[in-house]
Design a protein around this ligand. Structure first.
Ligand SMILES: Cc1cc2nc3c(=O)[nH]c(=O)nc-3n(C[C@H](O)[C@H](O)[C@H](O)COP(=O)(O)OP(=O)(O)OC[C@H]3O[C@@H](n4cnc5c(N)ncnc54)[C@H](O)[C@@H]3O)c2cc1C
Length: 301
């Protein structure tokens, strides 16, 4: 890299501060970011962007990247769902009116395609509390609780950091005294990849209408691998919530790995099927730009 004035670039381009940073394991990060500007109005479930300059250092051991001289002062930005700790430091339901930060939940991508190294997370994972970055001013997205009625059943099904927007929506449901059943399930490789496990455990003890199903696929001690789709086909979700899955009173939220979601491409469903294929066979419909439905999804790539 040629000589660029890094302190000046950071001063000019960044508009937010990392006010808290917690790593449940070295490749997973819960990050609280306080903007210099008033917090934009938004709905739980929506996303914004985080940005860092190409001049920032990369995480040791991450895939090498060649930056052309002309790009050395450019920014790299990625979309991130807004997450939520749900509980405050005293263990009470978070009072959002008293916070001037938002939380993100991000996994480090060390390796991308040979021709496309991951540009953002290897830089993000070099940050420490007090460091600066760019926060997008536009908070947007249709992945929200719009249309959910107080007695509806709500399922939040995710892989990895896909639970981020679900946590914020869960906070909203609990804050407004949702009466229907709520179930969260998150599929990860190892137990250490469940960054909010402690919070969900507390919530399950406190809210009789909430259940949480963590799924791990690579722990040596685990038996048969169980994926999110299996929870539906085996009837485990219905067993957990204690009532049948009724499409007229249930909303399902899917977030994370596109294979888990399994939306059809040009009318063709993936094989093996994802959750969309399984649920459509049981009377659910996708929520799409021109079709209101009860399967809502957000793909991360
Ligand atoms: C609307 C939206 C919201 C998003 N919210 C989040 C979020 O809250 N947390 C988060 O960690 N990521 C989220 N992402 C993904 C994020 O935008 C980046 O793609 C990701 O952080 C990797 O960035 P990168 O530049 O390092 O690598 P990229 O070049 O962007 O991605 C390289 C490859 O990494 C893999 N990948 C990307 N994201 C993930 C992931 N989350 N888990 C596992 N593998 C992944 C994919 O195979 C992808 O092709 C979101 C994406 C979208 C579209």
């Amino acid at each position: 890299m040629t000589a660029v004035n890094i302190p000046e670039l950071r001063r000019e381009r960044y508009n937010a501060t990392v006010v808290r940073l917690y790593r449940p394991q070295p490749e997973l990060m819960l990050l609280r970011v306080r903007p210099d500007f008033p917090m934009p109005a938004h709905e739980p479930g929506q996303y914004t962007t985080l940005g860092l300059g190409n001049w920032e250092p990369r995480f040791p051991g991450s895939q090498d990247e060649d930056i052309a001289e002309a790009d050395e002062t450019k920014m790299v930005r990625r979309a991130y769902s807004i997450s939520c700790p749900i509980l405050d430091d005293s263990g009470n339901l978070l009072d959002r009116t008293k916070t001037d930060w938002i939380e993100f939940y991000v996994v480090l991508v060390m390796q991308g395609r040979p021709d496309k190294p991951p540009a953002f997370t290897p830089r993000l994972f070099m940050l420490r509390e007090g460091d600066r970055l760019e926060l997008g001013k536009k908070f947007t997205g249709h992945f929200t609780l719009e249309g959910v009625k107080p007695d509806d059943t709500v399922l939040f099904l995710s892989t990895g950091t896909g639970e981020a927007p679900h946590n914020y929506m869960l906070w909203q449901l609990l804050s407004r005294g949702h009466r229907g059943k709520i179930l969260g399930a998150c599929c990860v490789r190892y137990r250490k990849d469940l960054g909010y496990l402690g919070t969900h455990t507390t919530l399950v003890e406190r809210y009789p209408n909430y259940s949480y199903v963590p799924l791990v696929t690579r722990e040596p001690s685990q038996g048969k691998k169980v994926y999110i789709q299996d929870l539906i086909t085996s009837g485990e979700i219905e067993e957990r919530i204690g009532i049948p899955l009724d499409p007229s009173a249930t909303h399902v939220y899917l977030c994370g790995n596109p294979n888990m979601i399994g939306k059809p491409e040009k009318g063709v469903y993936p094989d093996p099927p994802g959750v969309v294929g399984v649920l459509e066979g049981r009377g659910f419909t996708c929520d799409l730009p021109r079709q209101r439905g009860n399967i809502h999804f957000e793909e991360y790539w």
